[in-house]
Design a protein around this ligand. Structure first.
Ligand code: SAH
Length: 391
């Protein structure tokens, strides 16, 4: 087995649970690890730290798969998948659609699998996982017994690994798209072949339920609504009417169908527009809401973009706050890992100050429990959701 030995004092992060070994952590490599092939990692003192896969082209040279020196084969993946199933059965027992495998959060760095009823949608995001496609698919087919396994490895991040985007059916028979999934007792149309990411944002399941006490009788604005999930939850929890906006025509068309599917067509309106412009226009027209939901895309994709992202988040929060009547509720989210909860909180306070408004923090949320956070891998925590009452 090829062997990577770390520089002195470079093992602490890994001992504390991180799974990534950067090129700069490595003192020497013995043997000739294949790109994507297995490699054992040792501390400078010669202690075995774990087994992972190697990519000479990535800044992250090794991602650990195991703290033991056993084989990385179909049975290894099947066992990890069973453990992931047990975790979901315990923590999201009601969900029929959930993230079954969340990369590092399930000790399977580079692998994501979203379960949409009986269909699995997978993302193989690293060379090491890409090379193991066959074992992974066979392990999933045997362990989960889905109707289909569909690949959506079309994330930009694959480029850092020297991989091209890929999508297509890997196993079984895909039901006609769009298909319908259930969430919190509601029904949503999704398209796993054409939708964003793997088709739906499962990570907001718990935050959508936070709307229940906020919206009875309310007029609600759902900005960055995608397929309307927050808006439709609001209607279920008694909102009088909802207005949704998203820049994607396709998402907005689906949001309209989702409102109809749940019997709310008459109380929902969805508009395809740039949310920044749309919110400014609503303010100019003097429109006011009892609840505003802000769920923009990740403005900070990397550390270098944090300052630009801060301006974007502040701008959108300022606009959202201005649209609230006194006593109304702001549900505001950030899905950028690099935008920390503390930074996000501060910029919302700044936005409120600019708008001469006061905030009361009702609650804070993060990603749903089927997106587990590995304590030693801070990058696994990314979603922030604050609920404020705005005066
Ligand atoms: N709230 C959604 C998820 C939002 S994901 C849910 O619960 O499912 C972010 C969304 O922002 C995407 O649907 C994307 O199409 C949209 N988006 C990105 N930039 C935008 C912009 N400038 N204006 C409006 N929508 C935008």
């Amino acid at each position: 087995m090829p062997k990577a030995t770390l520089k002195p004092r470079h093992e602490q992060r890994i001992a504390r649970g991180h799974l990534w070994v950067y090129q700069g952590n490595i003192a020497s490599i013995d043997g000739d690890p294949a790109p994507g092939g297995e490699i054992d990692v040792y501390s400078s003192r010669g202690d075995f730290l774990g087994r992972g896969y190697y990519n000479p082209r990535s800044q992250i040279a090794v991602r650990l798969l195991s703290r033991e020196a056993g084989p990385i084969d179909k049975e290894f993946f099947a066992e990890r998948i069973r453990q992931a199933q047990e975790y979901r059965a315990r923590f999201v027992p009601q969900a029929s659609s959930y993230r079954l495998i969340y990369s590092e959060g399930d000790w399977l760095p580079g692998l994501i699998a979203d379960r949409y009823e009986d269909v699995l949608v997978v993302q193989l995001l690293t060379l090491g996982m890409d090379r193991r496609r066959d074992e992974i698919v066979r392990a999933m087919a045997e362990t989960v017994r889905p109707r289909a396994i569909y690949e959506r490895s079309d994330a930009q991040s694959r480029r850092h690994e020297g991989l091209e985007p890929r999508r297509g059916l890997l196993w079984g028979e895909l039901p006609p798209q769009p298909m319908i999934i259930g969430e919190n007792g509601l029904r949503f149309e999704i398209d796993v072949t054409e939708g964003q990411k793997t088709g739906y944002f499962l990570d907001q399941r718990e935050n959508r339920r936070r709307l229940a006490p906020l919206v009875p009788g309310a007029r609600v604005l759902d900005a960055f609504c995608h397929t309307g999930s927050f808006a439709i939850h609001a209607l279920r929890y008694g909102a009088q009417e909802v207005l949704g906006v998203d820049s994607s025509e396709q998402a907005v068309a689906m949001a309209r169908r989702n409102a109809a599917l749940n019997g709310f067509a008459g109380r929902a309106r969805f508009v395809a527009a740039n949310a920044f412009d749309f919110l400014r226009e609503l303010d100019r027209q003097g429109e006011r809401f009892d609840c505003v939901i802000l769920d923009p895309p990740a403005f900070a994709k990397g550390k270098a973009h944090v300052e630009a992202a801060r301006r974007g988040y502040k701008e959108v929060n300022l606009r959202g706050i201005k649209l609230l009547r006194s006593g109304g509720f702001l549900v505001t989210c950030s899905c950028s890992h690099h935008m920390t909860a503390a930074m996000f909180f501060e910029l919302i306070l700044d936005a409120a100050a600019d708008a001469r408004r006061q905030l009361r923090l009702v609650e804070t949320g993060s990603q749903a429990k089927d997106h587990p956070v590995l304590a030693g891998v801070p990058e696994t925590a990314y979603l922030k959701c604050f609920v404020f009452q705005v005066f």
